[in-house]
Ligand binder design. Structure first.
Ligand SMILES: [Zn+2]
Length: 360
């Protein structure tokens, strides 16, 4: 599939006809990344809602389509709103919303930022698809910067059942308030993966993980949040809708290179690491000290790695091997645990933080 990486389309106050009856038809009507501008009461200010950086995360698109097609056009949002829809081609591949990116291409939300580009340029310098993905990331970043917004929200989904949570690189009154429009958990993250969130903007920015991509509730969360943003007079002075708990710097649990990963209900004696098939439950309640979460082969805990922010492997502080069982050393909070093996191997098994909120 030929992709034009320099393409970005603009729609201004689209009509119902342009929006089509359903979000799937609307998706298929777009040929590439699309910016939708909606005029607000204060037409000098913008708020940006970005979504679909990854084609298998539909809640943002579903919610913005619902908001655009059900709103009363005489009731303007408080400010202009700019929606940005990123990976249209990947999402449009049949079956819809099942591909994070097009095979042979790259995860768009790992292609942001100059440093990142320089860092891996040598590796990918001959790869036009990689350069194309970085070019698209740049176009999206430009589409945000050119309107100098007073806030940015980036809507995502989890690959597995999960409650909604938000992520930011700073904790301020504004990011806490924005988070409270969607959920009750804000994760402070200082990871450097080449995501949009890591770029420096002169306004509050939060990422929302709306919940599981197939969960109606996740779409509902995204819709309610968009509504809130549209109707909120001043982001800087709002009080929190609900209490928001802050979680500091979760770490990414990974299997080491070339280690086999499996999922099972019981110990099947597989090589490498085996996680329990119900690992996703831990997204809701976390794990307890001494709790069994899987099994290990003869290499034990050495199959896994967990780097802290200084790059030190702290796996032994969080997990240990009890015979061949993988066991938690403490009560742990767990995020983004999934049985999607590809996601688990490419990103991580899950994000983890000690329950006490210790900044360790
Ligand atoms: Zn995502």
């Amino acid at each position: 599939m030929e992709i034009d990486f320099s393409e970005i389309n603009y729609l201004q106050n689209p009509t119902i006809k342009e929006l089509h009856a359903g979000y799937e038809q609307f998706l298929l009507s777009m040929s590439g990344p699309t910016v939708i501008d909606i005029t607000g009461i204060d037409s000098k200010k913008y708020r940006v809602i970005n979504t679909l950086l990854q084609g298998n995360e539909p809640s943002g698109l579903i919610a913005l389509h619902r908001w655009l097609t059900t709103r009363d056009p005489s009731q303007l949002p408080q400010t202009n709103i700019r929606f940005i829809i990123g990976s249209v081609e990947a999402a449009s591949k049949s079956p819809l919303f099942t591909r994070r990116f097009i095979p042979g291409h790259y995860d768009l939300n790992r292609c942001f930022g100059e440093a990142k580009i320089e860092q891996i340029t040598n590796l990918f310098s001959h790869d036009t698809n990689y350069q194309g993905c970085c070019q698209r990331a740049k176009l999206i970043e430009q589409a945000i910067r050119e309107v100098n917004p007073d806030m940015i929200v980036d809507l995502h989904n989890a690959a597995s059942p999960s409650p909604t949570f938000s992520i930011s690189s700073v904790v301020t009154t504004e990011t806490l308030s924005l988070a409270s429009f969607f959920c009750q958990t804000l994760i402070l993250s200082d990871l450097h993966l080449g995501s949009l969130m890591e770029q420096k903007f002169s306004c509050p920015f939060i990422t929302i993980e709306c919940g599981y991509s197939l969960d109606e509730q996740a779409h509902e969360v995204a819709f309610a949040g968009i509504n809130h943003i549209a109707n909120c007079e001043n982001i800087g002075y709002i009080h929190q809708e609900k209490n928001v708990e802050v979680i500091y710097r979760p770490l990414r649990l990974r299997v080491k290179d070339n280690v086999n990963l499996a999922y099972a209900k019981h110990d099947e004696g597989y090589s490498g690491v085996t996680l329990k098939t119900d690992i996703e439950y831990f997204n809701f309640g976390g794990t307890h000290q001494e709790e069994l979460i899987g099994w290990l082969d003869g290499n034990g805990i050495d199959n896994l790695q967990l780097f802290d922010k200084h790059g030190k492997d702290v796996i032994d502080d969080y997990f240990y091997a009890r015979d061949n069982q993988l066991v938690c050393r403490h009560n742990l909070r767990v995020f983004k645990a999934t049985t999607n093996k590809q996601v688990a191997l490419n990103d991580c098994l899950f994000y983890v933080v000690r329950h006490s909120n210790n900044e360790s």
